[in-house]
Design a protein. Structure first.
Length: 231
């Protein structure tokens, strides 16, 4: 398992380097691929390379090798973590949604650079999804829910569009796991509008998910709670 995790993560890092024109502090932090990104990862999130690799692997479990169903990612951001993985799932039908046009433009450019043809990009609000009930076999949300203004609506909508037996995996910031991260998020990121309170703890997130899903597991990698849920 660890060899497979390393292979997938190194593919993500390699893809990031191959489309360096899309480089940013955000991408560098998410992929642990630039000096500034590594600095933020370590100082703010307490994550070294192995920690980043661990949470990314956990968050992307729904997009497992051989997946060939319909998958929704919300939000996709720039796609720096997920698109290299989707490139290995040619039989999957993937929809990537984001509210920010600039993020979608970066993700589209990355998909084009990677030669990915099985992904549709859609601008929209996760709190008001336009998809039918039970439209997707799986869903992924990497570091998104802590930014959504209406978290109740967001969790409810993702649950609605998953089919019975469908799987949601992802990661989200939670309070109480790293004091330094808590301080930066509440005193800086929140005031800058990057993150939106209220924030869950590991316990409250688990309780929230158990109210929606039949099977729930939550594992924290520092302040990032990595969840896997089956409807």
């Amino acid at each position: 398992m660890m060899d497979e995790e390393l292979r997938r993560y190194e593919k993500i890092r390699g893809a990031y380097c191959s489309v360096g024109r899309l480089a940013s502090l955000y991408d560098g932090m998410m992929t642990y691929s630039t000096w500034s990104g590594k600095l933020v990862s370590r100082l703010v999130w307490g994550l070294d390379r192995s920690g980043v690799r661990r949470y990314v692997t956990l968050a992307l479990r729904a997009a497992h090798e051989g997946f060939a169903g319909r998958l929704l990612e919300v939000p996709v951001g720039t796609g720096c973590l997920s698109l290299p993985v989707y490139a290995e799932l040619p039989e999957a039908d993937i929809t990537c949604l984001d509210y920010a046009p600039a993020m979608l433009a970066a993700a589209r450019a990355r998909a084009e650079a990677l030669g990915i043809r099985n992904v549709t990009f859609t601008e929209g609000d996760v709190g008001h999804l336009t998809f039918d009930d039970a439209a997707f076999d799986a869903a992924v949300s990497i570091n998104g829910f802590h930014a959504f203004p209406d978290k109740e609506a967001a969790w409810s909508e993702v649950h609605r569009v998953l089919r019975p037996g469908g799987r949601l995996t992802g990661s989200v910031f939670v309070l109480g796991e790293n004091a330094r991260t808590d301080f930066v998020v509440t005193q800086l990121y929140t005031r800058m509008g990057f993150f939106t309170p209220p924030y869950d703890t590991r316990e409250s997130l688990t309780e929230r998910l158990r109210a929606l899903y039949a099977e729930v597991s939550v594992e924290c990698v520092e302040s990032l709670a990595c969840f896997s849920c089956v409807k």
